[in-house]
Design a protein around this ligand. Structure first.
Ligand SMILES: NC(=O)c1ccc[n+]([C@@H]2O[C@H](COP(=O)([O-])OP(=O)(O)OC[C@H]3O[C@@H](n4cnc5c(N)ncnc54)[C@H](O)[C@@H]3O)[C@@H](O)[C@H]2O)c1
Length: 393
């Protein structure tokens, strides 16, 4: 499908984050008008739970200055909390986006499972922020298109094929098309389920146009734009709270620690490269949902089990003369460790997505980057500190 060359006014919510910052640069680099919103919640949470990224990240102000100096392009910045209704309304009234890309949420399952306070904080932050966004859209930019980041974790691991958001169902002789049933595995994933329901309701009731991207686990830290100048890089987390399994395994290999899959390691998930995240978001933005449509794409390119990831890292490390070992540890999460997993993901390829698959070369380049920053590795933040079930006395 040919990509339209339309220039958009893109509002990136959560523009200081792992995905938000590369997305802001990506759209700016392609000539779109870009503004970012962030309240630096993530930097605060990182400090509170001792989970700083491996490479220090310049302030958002500094990143925007470096971007302007490097490319001559401006990115507008709004500092404020999506949970403050008046702040969100002001941003929409002033910037008048035609495309909103919403990354601005608490993104970690273990963070939401620390206890009562963090579960409430996660759900209030995510659900209230998302509600303020749809109310601001309705009032200020009713014809805009919202591209909202959800997660494949909303579905969980049901024993049936996972469709793309919707399920055609026949029950007691009657037919309907309903949202696919969800069986998420943490209070974080539940916040995304609540978001999806609120969004579907807003499309049905107020004629808003929304694309919900049920994204898999993203890996990689380099995009065309992050490489343009020092200081434009994005965050790399390897701790138990914000780090993903692949990142943790690569850091463990470099630090000479065993690679530690949780439980049996047969847990399967969808994955994608960060460059494909940017492309998926672009495809969704350039081919918007129709007014009144709640469109869902399952945004991942490959499925791996945790054991497959561990073996991939071990083999890549071996090629770099690092001898890594794999040691299974008790699973801190409550999840199926061997299960059926077959999610559909045809919507984005139909729009033109050409996947960048996980290769040994990419894993080796991640390991090489970690070696450059080896002295900053904090070994004590890698192993799980949060458990889904408290130990019985
Ligand atoms: N990274 C992944 O592998 C992945 C996978 C699936 C889904 N997602 C989703 O994609 C989105 C982005 O993920 P990420 O990894 O870039 O996370 P991130 O934490 O790096 O970025 C989120 C940004 O949003 C900001 N933010 C949070 N709450 C806010 C609020 N109330 N007001 C203003 N700003 C706020 C944070 O400060 C942060 O900069 C999240 O919604 C996440 O759930 C991520």
């Amino acid at each position: 499908m040919a990509i339209k060359s339309k220039k958009l006014r893109v509002l990136v919510l959560g523009g200081d984050g792992y995905l938000g910052w590369p997305t802001a640069m990506y759209f700016s680099n392609r000539g779109h008008e870009v503004a970012v919103v962030d309240n630096f919640n993530k930097r605060k949470w990182e400090a509170e739970v001792d989970a700083e990224p491996l490479m220090p990240i310049p302030s958002l102000q500094e990143r925007i200055r470096i971007w302007k100096k490097t490319t001559g392009k401006k990115i507008k910045m709004y500092v404020g909390d999506l949970c403050h209704e008046r702040f969100v309304a002001r941003v929409f009234d002033e910037f008048k986006p035609d495309t909103i890309i919403h990354f601005g949420e608490q993104p970690s399952a273990p963070f939401s499972m620390i206890g009562n306070e963090r579960a409430v904080e996660t759900q209030v932050n995510n659900v209230v922020g998302n509600l303020n966004v749809i109310f601001a859209m309705k009032r200020s930019t009713p014809n805009a298109h919202l591209v909202k980041l959800g997660t494949m974790g909303e579905y969980g691991t049901p024993n049936i094929d996972i469709e793309e958001g919707w399920l055609d169902i026949t029950h007691k002789g009657r037919r309907d098309r309903l949202l696919f049933p969800k069986k998420p595995g943490s209070f974080y994933h539940l916040s995304k389920v609540h978001d999806s329901h609120n969004l579907e309701f807003a499309c049905r009731t107020w004629d808003l146009a929304v694309t919900d991207l049920n994204q898999g686990v993203v890996y990689g830290i380099e995009t065309e734009e992050t490489k343009m100048a020092p200081g434009l890089h994005t965050s790399f987390h390897y701790d138990d709270i914000f780090g993903t399994a692949l990142n943790r395994f690569c850091v463990q290999a470099v630090a000479g620690l065993p690679i530690t899959p949780y439980g049996k390691g047969g847990q399967k998930r969808g994955f994608l490269n960060i460059v494909d995240t940017l492309r998926c978001v672009e495809l969704a933005a350039l081919h918007p949902a129709k007014k009144g449509e709640f469109r869902v794409f399952n945004q991942f390119t490959e499925v791996f089990s945790v054991n497959e990831l561990a073996e991939t890292v071990k083999e890549a490390a071996k090629k770099m003369n690092i001898k890594a070992t794999v040691k299974h540890i008790k699973n801190p999460r409550k999840e199926q460790e061997e299960h059926y997993y077959k999610p559909v993901h045809t919507g984005l390829p139909k729009l033109g997505l050409k996947p960048h698959l996980l290769s040994d070369v990419l894993v080796e380049s991640m390991i090489a980057k970690i070696i450059e920053h080896k002295d900053h590795i904090e070994e004590e933040i890698i192993m799980p500190r949060v458990v889904w079930e408290k130990k019985k006395n």
